[in-house]
Design a protein around this ligand. Structure first.
Ligand SMILES: Cc1cc2nc3c(=O)[nH]c(=O)nc-3n(C[C@H](O)[C@H](O)[C@H](O)COP(=O)(O)O)c2cc1C
Length: 392
């Protein structure tokens, strides 16, 4: 995991979007409050970031796209859809960019999905959108993809009624459509990943034969998925190794916490138990037995008398047992107040008056111990005369 991913993870774990609730507030517990009861319903809507190489069959594509097609009920003038639209105007269009070999029986190219005819209308032959469209980060998923979907707002279909709200309303409609496409996709062996950034798609407006009324709203990268992928979240082949996760987590925590607070043992869980409020259920968490991974760092034990004495002092100051000679005073959570305590204890034990500067210069406990040994040796050598620190 990279630093940015960890920042993101820590933001997610904060659950900032959840309203804070207080014990004196009235809460109605809803029946069937067990979270994740219907795992399949959650799995169905997941984002797929890996696709298998099997091309899609036209039959499968057709069955899937039925979810966007119009239905003409009896005694109704206008067709109905499985997703809502402000004022029933349905301004959002669906375009497919099919990659070479992506869909058996469909030539690579750009297509408009006609919801009344339930047909793919060819607009451009040959897949001309580059793999770099979605940036380097998405290179792998783009390479495995069979097609891209673009949801596009046709503004003149909505603006006469909703004016300045038209873009927002169209965006909401695109959201409803996306949910449907994702859920129905899983049922048909088709995976989708929503793309927040439309990349440089504006450059390709001409390919779509768009005028000023068309606005790109949202897009998806899609392809075939295996049945196995629909039964679990995330990538099937690239599940990160627990040891790698632990190393990255440790690195991340080292930047945020004093060393002594960084855990040396991690417990890897499949998921974090949540309360009905959606907060981390700490009680349940402490009782779960996950996979233990650690110790990520060796505690180097003291060997000399000076090292042992220094470790004793630090254990007393920081009230922690596990301190190694390869650690520094500041890593352990030392600050200026604790530094004064440490220096005064050193004076008591070693009869040496050290300055604060030494703690910065002699970084590890090992270095500090060596420094003290040299000072003591020098004192012995010169009898009772005081030795200048700077002379060493
Ligand atoms: C508006 C939006 C933009 C997104 N953009 C990206 C993206 O650029 N790259 C990506 O890998 N996933 C993207 N996603 C997918 C999210 O990463 C995914 O929905 C989220 O991690 C939750 O995982 P899940 O959908 O499998 O439950 C986007 C999702 C949404 C709704």
């Amino acid at each position: 995991m990279k630093k940015l991913d960890l920042e993101r993870l820590s933001l997610k774990l904060d659950h900032r979007a959840l309203r804070l609730t207080y014990p004196d507030e009235v809460e109605y517990l809803l029946p069937d409050q067990v979270f994740h009861t219907d795992k399949d319903a959650y799995l169905k809507r997941q984002s797929y970031k890996q696709f298998i190489s099997a091309p899609l069959e036209t039959r499968t594509l057709g069955k899937w796209l039925r979810c966007l097609s119009a239905y003409q009920p009896e005694y109704q003038v206008l067709p109905k859809y499985r997703y809502p639209s402000a004022g029933g105007l349905y301004p959002v269009q669906t375009y497919f960019s099919v990659k070479p070999g992506g869909v058996n029986g469909v030539e690579a190219g750009l297509y408009y999905y006609h919801p009344l005819k339930h047909r793919l209308v060819q607009i451009q032959v040959g897949h001309t959108l580059p793999d770099e469209l979605f940036g380097f980060k998405h290179k792998q998923i783009v390479q495995q993809a069979a097609f891209y979907i673009f949801l596009v707002g046709k503004m003149d279909a909505i603006e006469p009624i909703y004016g300045e709200y038209s873009r927002d309303f169209s965006m909401m409609e695109a959201g409803y459509m996306g949910q449907l496409l994702m859920e129905e996709g899983t049922d048909n062996g088709i995976g989708l990943c929503p793309m927040g950034h439309l990349g440089g798609i504006e450059k390709y407006r001409d390919l779509f034969q768009f005028d000023d009324n068309h606005i790109f709203l949202h897009c998806f990268i899609g392809g075939s998925i295996s049945p196995e992928q629909t039964k679990r979240w995330g990538s099937v082949t690239d599940a990160p190794k627990s040891e790698d996760q632990v190393n990255s987590l440790t690195e991340f925590l080292m930047q945020k916490l004093p060393y002594y607070m960084v855990p040396s043992l991690f417990n890897i869980l499949d998921s974090i138990p949540l309360t009905v409020n959606g907060k981390v259920d700490r009680e349940q968490l402490s009782s779960i037995q996950g996979k233990n991974v650690g110790l990520f760092r060796e505690i180097a034990l003291p060997r000399t008398e000076t090292e042992k004495k220094l470790i004793d002092i630090l254990q007393e100051i920081f009230q922690i047992r596990e301190i190694g000679i390869n650690q520094t005073f500041f890593e352990l959570g030392g600050d200026s107040l604790l530094a004064v305590r440490l220096l005064s204890r050193i004076q008591e034990i070693f009869q040496l008056e050290l300055s604060l500067r030494v703690l910065f210069e002699k970084k590890t406990i090992l270095d500090l111990a060596k420094y003290i040994d040299v000072l003591e040796g020098a004192i012995e050598f010169s009898g009772t005369e005081a030795v200048e620190e700077g002379a060493l």
